[in-house]
Design a protein around this ligand. Structure first.
Ligand code: PLP
Length: 338
Protein backbone atom coordinates (compact mmCIF):
# COMPACT_ATOMS: atom_id res chain seq x y z
CA UNK A 1 0.00 0.00 0.00
CA UNK A 2 1.37 3.28 -0.85
CA UNK A 3 0.98 7.02 -1.13
CA UNK A 4 3.27 7.96 -3.99
CA UNK A 5 4.75 11.12 -5.40
CA UNK A 6 5.52 10.91 -9.12
CA UNK A 7 7.91 13.47 -10.56
CA UNK A 8 8.29 14.11 -14.28
CA UNK A 9 12.07 14.23 -14.00
CA UNK A 10 13.03 16.03 -17.23
CA UNK A 11 10.40 18.71 -16.65
CA UNK A 12 11.30 19.12 -12.96
CA UNK A 13 15.00 19.39 -13.70
CA UNK A 14 14.28 21.98 -16.42
CA UNK A 15 12.29 23.99 -13.86
CA UNK A 16 15.09 23.73 -11.29
CA UNK A 17 17.60 24.92 -13.88
CA UNK A 18 15.50 27.87 -15.06
CA UNK A 19 14.67 28.94 -11.49
CA UNK A 20 18.32 28.75 -10.49
CA UNK A 21 19.18 30.89 -13.51
CA UNK A 22 16.44 33.39 -12.63
CA UNK A 23 17.82 33.75 -9.07
CA UNK A 24 21.57 34.29 -9.37
CA UNK A 25 23.34 33.27 -6.18
CA UNK A 26 20.29 31.31 -4.99
CA UNK A 27 20.60 29.36 -1.77
CA UNK A 28 18.12 26.47 -2.09
CA UNK A 29 16.22 25.82 1.14
CA UNK A 30 16.01 22.13 2.10
CA UNK A 31 14.19 21.70 5.39
CA UNK A 32 11.44 19.82 7.17
CA UNK A 33 10.07 16.98 5.07
CA UNK A 34 12.20 18.23 2.17
CA UNK A 35 9.10 19.75 0.55
CA UNK A 36 7.82 16.18 0.01
CA UNK A 37 10.98 14.99 -1.79
CA UNK A 38 13.07 14.41 1.33
CA UNK A 39 16.18 16.26 2.46
CA UNK A 40 18.58 13.74 0.94
CA UNK A 41 17.06 14.11 -2.50
CA UNK A 42 17.14 17.93 -2.31
CA UNK A 43 20.77 17.92 -1.14
CA UNK A 44 21.74 15.82 -4.18
CA UNK A 45 19.72 18.09 -6.45
CA UNK A 46 21.47 21.20 -5.10
CA UNK A 47 24.82 19.53 -5.75
CA UNK A 48 23.74 18.73 -9.31
CA UNK A 49 22.63 22.36 -9.79
CA UNK A 50 26.08 23.49 -8.71
CA UNK A 51 24.81 25.81 -5.97
CA UNK A 52 27.45 27.24 -3.64
CA UNK A 53 25.28 26.89 -0.52
CA UNK A 54 22.14 25.16 0.75
CA UNK A 55 20.02 26.34 3.70
CA UNK A 56 18.60 23.87 6.22
CA UNK A 57 15.99 24.71 8.83
CA UNK A 58 17.58 23.21 11.93
CA UNK A 59 20.87 21.81 13.21
CA UNK A 60 19.39 18.30 13.17
CA UNK A 61 19.00 18.58 9.40
CA UNK A 62 22.67 19.36 8.76
CA UNK A 63 23.96 15.77 8.70
CA UNK A 64 21.57 14.67 5.91
CA UNK A 65 22.92 17.43 3.69
CA UNK A 66 26.58 17.37 4.75
CA UNK A 67 27.20 13.97 3.18
CA UNK A 68 25.55 14.71 -0.16
CA UNK A 69 26.34 18.32 -0.84
CA UNK A 70 29.86 19.69 -1.10
CA UNK A 71 29.19 23.40 -0.58
CA UNK A 72 28.29 25.54 2.43
CA UNK A 73 25.33 24.79 4.67
CA UNK A 74 23.45 27.75 6.12
CA UNK A 75 21.43 26.90 9.23
CA UNK A 76 18.30 29.06 9.37
CA UNK A 77 17.53 28.28 13.01
CA UNK A 78 19.47 30.82 15.09
CA UNK A 79 22.32 29.39 17.16
CA UNK A 80 21.70 29.41 20.89
CA UNK A 81 24.05 28.42 23.72
CA UNK A 82 21.56 25.68 24.66
CA UNK A 83 21.23 24.13 21.17
CA UNK A 84 22.20 20.45 21.37
CA UNK A 85 24.46 18.59 18.92
CA UNK A 86 25.69 21.59 16.93
CA UNK A 87 28.07 20.44 14.18
CA UNK A 88 31.00 22.86 14.30
CA UNK A 89 32.06 22.08 10.76
CA UNK A 90 34.00 24.38 8.46
CA UNK A 91 31.15 24.19 5.92
CA UNK A 92 28.40 25.13 8.38
CA UNK A 93 27.31 28.77 8.58
CA UNK A 94 25.47 29.70 11.77
CA UNK A 95 22.76 32.34 12.11
CA UNK A 96 22.94 34.76 15.03
CA UNK A 97 20.24 37.13 16.20
CA UNK A 98 21.08 38.12 19.78
CA UNK A 99 24.09 40.01 21.21
CA UNK A 100 24.62 37.42 23.95
CA UNK A 101 24.78 34.65 21.32
CA UNK A 102 27.51 36.49 19.40
CA UNK A 103 29.69 36.52 22.49
CA UNK A 104 28.78 32.94 23.45
CA UNK A 105 29.52 31.45 20.01
CA UNK A 106 32.81 33.37 19.78
CA UNK A 107 33.76 31.76 23.11
CA UNK A 108 32.43 28.26 22.22
CA UNK A 109 33.71 27.94 18.67
CA UNK A 110 36.06 30.78 17.71
CA UNK A 111 36.28 31.72 14.01
CA UNK A 112 32.93 30.07 13.24
CA UNK A 113 31.29 31.37 10.08
CA UNK A 114 28.14 33.34 10.85
CA UNK A 115 25.28 35.26 9.30
CA UNK A 116 23.82 38.10 11.36
CA UNK A 117 20.06 38.34 10.96
CA UNK A 118 17.89 41.46 11.14
CA UNK A 119 14.52 41.45 12.88
CA UNK A 120 12.19 42.42 10.03
CA UNK A 121 8.44 43.11 10.13
CA UNK A 122 8.15 39.32 10.49
CA UNK A 123 9.21 39.67 14.13
CA UNK A 124 10.59 36.12 14.22
CA UNK A 125 14.30 36.29 15.02
CA UNK A 126 17.07 38.84 14.76
CA UNK A 127 18.67 42.14 15.72
CA UNK A 128 17.10 45.57 15.38
CA UNK A 129 18.89 47.69 12.76
CA UNK A 130 21.17 49.55 15.21
CA UNK A 131 21.89 46.29 17.05
CA UNK A 132 22.74 44.56 13.76
CA UNK A 133 25.40 47.17 12.97
CA UNK A 134 26.70 46.88 16.55
CA UNK A 135 26.70 43.06 16.40
CA UNK A 136 28.92 43.15 13.34
CA UNK A 137 31.46 45.26 15.22
CA UNK A 138 31.17 42.99 18.26
CA UNK A 139 31.64 39.80 16.22
CA UNK A 140 35.41 39.82 16.48
CA UNK A 141 36.61 36.24 16.65
CA UNK A 142 33.85 35.12 14.28
CA UNK A 143 33.81 35.25 10.50
CA UNK A 144 30.79 37.26 9.38
CA UNK A 145 29.65 35.90 6.00
CA UNK A 146 26.66 38.16 5.54
CA UNK A 147 23.57 39.79 6.91
CA UNK A 148 20.16 38.17 6.49
CA UNK A 149 16.56 39.34 6.22
CA UNK A 150 13.44 37.17 6.29
CA UNK A 151 10.44 39.11 5.06
CA UNK A 152 6.69 38.56 5.31
CA UNK A 153 4.63 37.33 2.36
CA UNK A 154 1.93 39.02 0.37
CA UNK A 155 3.30 42.37 -0.74
CA UNK A 156 6.59 44.04 -1.60
CA UNK A 157 8.97 44.70 1.26
CA UNK A 158 11.66 46.20 -1.00
CA UNK A 159 11.46 49.52 0.87
CA UNK A 160 12.12 47.71 4.14
CA UNK A 161 15.14 45.97 2.56
CA UNK A 162 16.47 49.36 1.48
CA UNK A 163 16.17 50.66 5.04
CA UNK A 164 18.22 47.73 6.32
CA UNK A 165 20.90 48.06 3.64
CA UNK A 166 21.40 51.66 4.69
CA UNK A 167 21.23 51.08 8.45
CA UNK A 168 23.58 48.10 8.65
CA UNK A 169 25.82 48.12 5.57
CA UNK A 170 27.42 44.82 4.55
CA UNK A 171 28.62 43.53 1.17
CA UNK A 172 26.62 40.27 1.20
CA UNK A 173 22.92 39.86 2.08
CA UNK A 174 20.89 36.67 2.35
CA UNK A 175 17.27 37.48 1.55
CA UNK A 176 14.16 35.35 2.15
CA UNK A 177 10.84 35.96 0.40
CA UNK A 178 12.07 38.72 -1.86
CA UNK A 179 10.68 38.24 -5.37
CA UNK A 180 12.74 38.01 -8.52
CA UNK A 181 11.49 41.41 -9.67
CA UNK A 182 12.35 43.02 -6.34
CA UNK A 183 15.79 41.45 -6.47
CA UNK A 184 16.34 42.85 -9.97
CA UNK A 185 15.45 46.34 -8.74
CA UNK A 186 17.70 46.00 -5.67
CA UNK A 187 20.59 44.76 -7.82
CA UNK A 188 20.28 47.71 -10.18
CA UNK A 189 20.30 50.11 -7.26
CA UNK A 190 23.18 48.35 -5.48
CA UNK A 191 25.45 46.72 -8.05
CA UNK A 192 28.24 46.53 -5.45
CA UNK A 193 26.23 44.20 -3.18
CA UNK A 194 26.02 40.43 -3.39
CA UNK A 195 22.37 39.46 -2.87
CA UNK A 196 21.71 35.79 -2.17
CA UNK A 197 18.04 34.78 -2.25
CA UNK A 198 16.99 31.82 -0.11
CA UNK A 199 14.27 29.98 -2.01
CA UNK A 200 12.37 26.79 -1.23
CA UNK A 201 8.79 26.51 -2.46
CA UNK A 202 9.25 28.32 -5.75
CA UNK A 203 12.27 26.19 -6.59
CA UNK A 204 11.18 22.71 -5.56
CA UNK A 205 7.41 23.08 -5.99
CA UNK A 206 7.17 25.96 -8.47
CA UNK A 207 6.03 23.77 -11.38
CA UNK A 208 3.15 21.73 -9.94
CA UNK A 209 2.40 20.32 -13.37
CA UNK A 210 5.37 17.97 -13.13
CA UNK A 211 4.24 16.54 -9.80
CA UNK A 212 1.43 14.09 -9.22
CA UNK A 213 0.34 12.23 -6.14
CA UNK A 214 -1.55 8.96 -6.14
CA UNK A 215 -2.86 6.52 -3.61
CA UNK A 216 -3.76 2.88 -4.12
CA UNK A 217 -7.26 1.53 -3.57
CA UNK A 218 -6.64 -1.21 -1.00
CA UNK A 219 -10.18 -2.45 -0.53
CA UNK A 220 -13.71 -1.71 -1.60
CA UNK A 221 -17.03 -2.47 0.11
CA UNK A 222 -20.60 -1.99 -1.07
CA UNK A 223 -22.64 -0.34 1.67
CA UNK A 224 -26.35 0.31 1.86
CA UNK A 225 -28.02 3.29 3.46
CA UNK A 226 -28.25 2.72 7.22
CA UNK A 227 -25.28 0.33 7.38
CA UNK A 228 -22.66 1.13 9.98
CA UNK A 229 -19.00 1.50 9.02
CA UNK A 230 -15.61 2.17 10.61
CA UNK A 231 -14.25 2.78 14.10
CA UNK A 232 -17.09 5.16 14.83
CA UNK A 233 -19.87 2.94 13.42
CA UNK A 234 -21.79 5.87 12.06
CA UNK A 235 -24.66 4.81 9.77
CA UNK A 236 -24.33 5.71 6.10
CA UNK A 237 -26.94 8.10 4.81
CA UNK A 238 -26.75 6.84 1.20
CA UNK A 239 -25.99 3.71 -0.78
CA UNK A 240 -22.51 3.55 -2.24
CA UNK A 241 -19.02 2.15 -1.91
CA UNK A 242 -16.55 2.61 0.92
CA UNK A 243 -12.98 2.65 -0.41
CA UNK A 244 -10.04 1.92 1.84
CA UNK A 245 -7.25 4.15 0.53
CA UNK A 246 -3.51 4.14 1.22
CA UNK A 247 -2.54 7.19 3.27
CA UNK A 248 -3.44 8.10 6.84
CA UNK A 249 -2.50 10.41 9.66
CA UNK A 250 1.10 9.11 9.57
CA UNK A 251 1.36 10.52 6.05
CA UNK A 252 -0.22 13.80 7.07
CA UNK A 253 -3.54 12.95 5.40
CA UNK A 254 -6.35 14.97 6.92
CA UNK A 255 -4.00 17.43 8.56
CA UNK A 256 -5.25 20.95 8.02
CA UNK A 257 -2.87 23.81 8.67
CA UNK A 258 -4.54 26.84 10.25
CA UNK A 259 -6.03 28.86 7.41
CA UNK A 260 -4.58 32.30 6.74
CA UNK A 261 -7.84 33.29 4.99
CA UNK A 262 -9.15 36.59 6.27
CA UNK A 263 -12.45 36.97 4.43
CA UNK A 264 -15.55 34.85 5.02
CA UNK A 265 -15.53 33.81 1.37
CA UNK A 266 -11.94 32.60 1.54
CA UNK A 267 -12.62 30.79 4.80
CA UNK A 268 -15.53 29.01 3.11
CA UNK A 269 -13.24 28.03 0.24
CA UNK A 270 -10.65 26.68 2.68
CA UNK A 271 -13.37 24.73 4.41
CA UNK A 272 -14.45 23.20 1.12
CA UNK A 273 -10.85 22.09 0.44
CA UNK A 274 -10.33 20.21 3.63
CA UNK A 275 -12.62 21.23 6.43
CA UNK A 276 -15.85 20.05 7.96
CA UNK A 277 -19.25 20.79 6.50
CA UNK A 278 -22.28 21.63 8.61
CA UNK A 279 -23.06 17.91 9.13
CA UNK A 280 -19.56 17.31 10.50
CA UNK A 281 -18.43 15.61 7.31
CA UNK A 282 -14.92 16.21 6.10
CA UNK A 283 -13.82 16.45 2.49
CA UNK A 284 -10.94 14.10 1.74
CA UNK A 285 -8.04 14.88 -0.61
CA UNK A 286 -8.84 11.73 -2.66
CA UNK A 287 -10.27 12.49 -6.09
CA UNK A 288 -12.70 10.04 -7.73
CA UNK A 289 -14.40 10.92 -11.04
CA UNK A 290 -13.02 14.45 -10.87
CA UNK A 291 -14.24 15.30 -7.37
CA UNK A 292 -12.76 15.13 -3.88
CA UNK A 293 -14.78 12.59 -1.90
CA UNK A 294 -15.97 12.70 1.71
CA UNK A 295 -14.13 10.87 4.44
CA UNK A 296 -16.30 8.18 6.05
CA UNK A 297 -14.59 9.10 9.34
CA UNK A 298 -11.32 10.68 10.44
CA UNK A 299 -8.29 9.06 8.71
CA UNK A 300 -6.69 6.04 10.39
CA UNK A 301 -2.95 5.89 10.95
CA UNK A 302 -2.04 4.47 7.52
CA UNK A 303 -5.31 4.26 5.59
CA UNK A 304 -8.34 6.43 5.02
CA UNK A 305 -11.96 5.40 4.42
CA UNK A 306 -13.72 7.43 1.78
CA UNK A 307 -17.26 7.24 0.38
CA UNK A 308 -18.20 7.04 -3.28
CA UNK A 309 -21.96 7.36 -3.87
CA UNK A 310 -23.74 4.63 -5.85
CA UNK A 311 -24.23 6.82 -8.93
CA UNK A 312 -20.45 7.26 -9.35
CA UNK A 313 -18.26 4.47 -10.68
CA UNK A 314 -15.80 3.50 -7.95
CA UNK A 315 -12.24 2.56 -8.92
CA UNK A 316 -11.23 -1.09 -8.49
CA UNK A 317 -8.93 -2.50 -5.83
CA UNK A 318 -5.36 -1.83 -6.97
CA UNK A 319 -6.27 1.27 -8.98
CA UNK A 320 -4.37 4.52 -8.46
CA UNK A 321 -6.37 7.55 -7.36
CA UNK A 322 -5.30 11.19 -7.53
CA UNK A 323 -4.71 12.85 -4.14
CA UNK A 324 -4.53 16.63 -3.62
CA UNK A 325 -2.09 17.17 -0.79
CA UNK A 326 0.05 19.90 0.65
CA UNK A 327 3.60 18.83 -0.13
CA UNK A 328 5.17 20.40 2.94
CA UNK A 329 2.97 18.38 5.32
CA UNK A 330 2.91 15.05 3.49
CA UNK A 331 5.12 12.06 4.12
CA UNK A 332 5.13 10.00 0.93
CA UNK A 333 5.85 6.27 1.00
CA UNK A 334 7.90 6.63 -2.16
CA UNK A 335 9.05 9.32 -4.55
CA UNK A 336 9.33 8.15 -8.16
CA UNK A 337 11.58 10.39 -10.20
CA UNK A 338 11.66 9.73 -13.94
C1 PLP B 1 11.53 28.29 5.02
C2 PLP B 1 12.35 29.51 4.84
C3 PLP B 1 12.66 29.96 3.55
C4 PLP B 1 12.11 29.31 2.32
O1 PLP B 1 10.74 29.57 2.24
P1 PLP B 1 9.89 29.19 0.95
O2 PLP B 1 8.62 29.95 1.14
O3 PLP B 1 9.69 27.72 0.97
O4 PLP B 1 10.67 29.64 -0.24
C5 PLP B 1 13.50 31.04 3.43
N1 PLP B 1 14.01 31.66 4.52
C6 PLP B 1 13.72 31.26 5.78
C7 PLP B 1 14.34 31.97 6.94
C8 PLP B 1 12.88 30.17 5.98
O5 PLP B 1 12.60 29.77 7.24
Amino acid sequence: MSLDLYVDGPRWRAHLRSTTAAYPGVVPVAKGNGYGFGLVSLARRAEWLGCAAVAVGTYREVSAVLQRFSGDIVVLEPWRPFTADVPYDERVIHTLGRAEDVAALAATAPSSRVILEGLTSMRRHGFSAPDLAAARRAARGLRVEGHALHLPLGRSYAAEVETWLAAAPFPRWYLSHVSKDELDVLRLAHPELELRPRVGTELWLGDRGCLSVTSTVLDSHQVARGERVGYRQRPRTRDGVVLVMAGGTAHGIGLAAPTPATSARRRAAALARGGLDAAGRSLSPYVVAGRQRWFVEPPHMQVSLIFVPADVEAPAVGAAVEVRVRFTTTQFDAVHLS
